[in-house]
Design a binder for this molecule. Structure first.
Ligand SMILES: [Ca+2]
Length: 369
């Protein structure tokens, strides 16, 4: 096997992927594939069967299980999409199996030296795995795969695109769909992390839903706290928030530094250097910088005896002094003047207690590449 070689499971007509123990070294321009099929109706017994192995197919069919994703670079290639049922894990050695069978998420190569690999049982996503083990000398770590990935980590990594929904790989190889906004004037491409313009998606959700994201990037949605953490901490990022009222007036709130911590840090918010358009006052970062994220089932706000996320019906970073918030863009979509702060609002714009028509929160790498 050559140094750059990728290994794939290689079997034909098997009923269970776990039955395949044959490993094949692929050529440089090949990727792993998993093909699932059944025999025709003439067969009395029609189990679903799998073929797995190397293929020179280069293009993916997004959303189609078993389709091959991407072409390998000169050293190695990366993911297939949805090769493995209910997982994000591709046809890699000892990784393409039932989630409960995942022993190690390393890829076998002839690399020298020991590496640390994620090692988890029963995870549905790599993002859920935090355990680490030392790989054998002929194995390479997922971290290495991630670092070497040439897939776009965020919208800013894609050139010559127009605004729309694209596949990005925040961790290097795990695909998600995100809305990208191209600002032609400033020649900047932003990744949307929150958008609301219809109110037809409920934002009164629990911790796990905010962690994983909900809604569709084509409409109202929350991208997901794990993803936002991953992107915002991969390099330095800035945040821009677009607000629009029902007169179609709009303003921007901009922060030239933005990140959120990981789940262990309760997605703690860091925001610096505010500038707003049209005299918009910073009622967000100046109040909730360093605060923890809260949802109705996880009260991390510092207001005693009140669960702000439950009371105001949205996951958010809440204010801790004597009341819950001055800004809550994940509050209920109430479309216009309301009577209290339990709404999707930005204090005092366009007026006190006004539920906005649109909000978009988007982030972009601070140029340093
Ligand atoms: Ca509280």
């Amino acid at each position: 096997m050559i140094d750059s070689g990728r290994t794939c499971l290689s079997c034909s007509g098997i009923e269970n992927l776990t039955d395949c123990t044959v490993i094949e070294a692929c050529k440089d321009d090949e990727v792993c594939f998993t093909h699932k099929y059944t025999h025709g109706p003439n067969y009395m017994y029609t189990p679903e069967l799998y073929d797995v192995g190397c293929t020179n197919q280069k293009l993916c069919i997004p959303g189609k299980p078993g389709s091959v994703f991407g072409k390998r670079g000169t050293r190695r290639h990366y993911v297939c999409e949805t090769c493995c049922n209910n997982t994000d894990i591709c046809n890699m050695k000892s990784a393409c199996a039932k989630p409960s069978d995942h022993k190690e998420l390393c890829e076998s190569t002839n690399k020298e030296g020991n590496r640390k690999c994620l090692a988890c049982n029963g995870v549905k996503s790599f993002l859920d795995c935090t355990e680490v083990e030392t790989c054998k000398s002929d194995e390479v770590s997922l971290t290495q795969l991630r670092n070497d990935s040439s897939f776009p980590r965020e919208c800013d990594d894609m050139k010559n695109i127009t605004s729309g929904v694209y596949t990005i790989y925040p961790d290097g190889f795990h695909p998600i769909r995100a809305f990208c906004i191209v600002d032609n004037h400033n020649k900047e491409t932003w990744t949307v992390i929150q958008h609301r313009s219809t109110g037809n998606v409920n934002f009164d959700r629990d911790w796990d839903e905010y962690k994983r994201g909900f809604g569709s990037p084509h409409g109202d949605h929350w991208l997901g706290n794990d993803i936002i953490h991953q992107i915002s901490t991969s390099t330095s990022h800035k945040l821009s928030i677009y607000l629009e009222d029902f007169n179609r007036d709009f303003k921007y709130a901009n922060y030239s530094y933005f990140e959120i911590g990981d789940e262990n840090r309760k997605y703690q918010l860091l925001l610096y250097a505010y500038s707003g358009t049209g005299g918009l006052t910073d009622y967000f970062g100046s109040y909730v910088n360093n605060e923890l994220f809260s949802t109705k089932d996880q009260d991390n706000d510092r207001l005693a005896n009140v669960n702000c996320a439950e009371r105001d019906h949205g996951g958010w970073w809440y204010f801790h002094n004597s009341y819950c918030s001055n800004v809550n863009l994940n509050g209920p979509y109430l479309a216009g003047t309301v009577t209290n702060s339990s709404a999707m609002y930005w204090k005092d714009w366009p007026q006190q207690y006004y539920s906005l028509r649109k909000s978009t929160m988007m982030i972009k790498r601070i140029d340093e590449k």
